[in-house]
Design a protein around this ligand. Structure first.
Ligand code: ATP
Length: 354
């Protein structure tokens, strides 16, 4: 297992910095997800880690040994890393057995060792009975399992995964997320996993690194990232949220157009605008006016209601014109056009500096 340390890592393509001063430490045996919108620099970071490209600034160290700097990089094959791509990249002319054995043959391991390790690994990914087939005779999910087996059988210190599930259908993707986590719990290779799928990251990661425009916005456990987003970008990107903008008038109270909210969470901006984040499922909807004494209440009118099976999704327009989304139990069915009062509990109002 390896520990990874990225320091001020920067990669430019022309005038555009795809990765811009990234600092990140990944401890031994952790599974870290790089998560962020398209073009935020996830794949470039992974390719820098693999040694496929050189940084323009900064460095990468593996187990304390520097492997990438602008002047010198250790070639990919000397890094003891395995990488899995979106496209599986299995050898089409080789059987499943030969695909998995390939890396071990390359390392000139004794025949018995190869037999034992390939057989064990095909067992782990539940593909033993397919050993004699060719990749074209397998489903996408089965091919991805073989790709995992091929990457793991060489016992890499680091496993790099680039959107490994994006070619699979929704059900299989969900199943494979748990499979990747199970394999990680079994082998505990240090893993860097690139995805733009939030629930994939939540299911698999010990640590999520949210990237935006080549930089790290926030790094933390899935719970930290969701419960305590450090920026508006993270709050919106992870889980979705309502943002209300105003000014902090002291003691955690943010005042905006038509509202005054006490925020028990987060940190208001010292000056200028503060954004208040409230998750849709934390907003309570009342049909009667709770009175002027009630805290954190905003009046509005329902403009949309959608039945989603497990919940109802409402869009409510405040008197100021600003819209708030909320989800409720399906029992609470209120007609479009009704006037309602939205209560935003202070413990779920998070002040975020802009
Ligand atoms: P996606 O989720 O769409 O794969 P990503 O977060 O992995 O996106 P990168 O592939 O790292 O993003 O790309 C980051 C930025 O760098 C993008 O603006 C991209 O266009 C640019 N970029 C990446 N590779 C190259 C290249 N070889 N030449 C020029 N620009 C590149």
């Amino acid at each position: 297992m390896a520990s990874l340390k990225l320091s001020s890592l920067t990669k430019r393509f022309g005038a555009n910095a795809a990765v811009n001063g990234v600092d990140l430490t990944v401890d031994h045996g952790l599974l870290v997800c790089l998560l962020g919108p398209s073009g935020c620099g996830k794949t470039t970071t992974l390719r820098l880690l693999a040694g496929f490209i050189d940084p323009d600034d900064g460095q990468i160290a593996v187990n304390g040994r520097i492997v990438s700097t602008p002047n010198a990089t250790l070639p990919p094959e000397k890094r003891n890393m395995s990488m899995i791509f979106q496209s599986y990249a299995l050898w089409p002319h080789m059987t499943i057995w030969d695909n998995v054995a390939y890396g071990l043959k390359l390392r000139r391991l004794p025949r018995d060792d190869i037999e034992r390790r390939v057989s064990a690994m095909l067992g782990v990914v539940k593909m033993k009975e397919y050993a004699d087939r060719y990749p074209s005779e397998l489903s996408g999910g089965q091919q991805q399992r073989v790709a995992l087996a091929r990457a793991l059988v060489v016992e890499p210190e680091t496993l790099l995964l680039d959107e490994p599930l994006s070619n699979l259908d929704a059900n299989l993707r969900e199943e494979m997320r748990f499979e990747i986590r199970r394999l990680h719990d079994e082998f505990r290779y240090t893993t860097v996993y690139v995805t733009h799928d939030q629930s994939e990251a939540m299911t698999t990661a010990d640590m999520i690194v949210v990237m935006n425009l080549g930089r790290i916005e926030q790094a933390g456990s899935p719970e930290e990232i969701y419960e305590r987003p450090a920026s508006e970008f993270v709050a919106r990107f992870i889980g979705g949220t309502n943002i209300l903008r105003g000014r902090h008038i002291g003691d955690g109270v943010v005042e905006g157009k038509g509202f005054r909210l006490f925020c028990a969470q987060g940190e208001p901006a010292r000056e200028g605008e503060t954004a208040v984040s409230v998750r849709p499922h934390k907003v309570q909807m009342l049909q009667a006016n709770p009175g002027a004494a009630a805290d954190n209440v905003i009046r509005g009118r329902i403009v949309r209601q959608v039945y989603l099976g497990a919940s109802r999704d409402y869009l409510v327009e405040q008197d100021s014109g600003h819209q708030v989304r909320l989800t409720t139990d399906t029992i609470q069915s209120i007609d479009v056009g009704s006037v309602v009062w939205l209560r935003m509990p202070p413990e779920h109002c998070r002040a975020l500096p802009r």
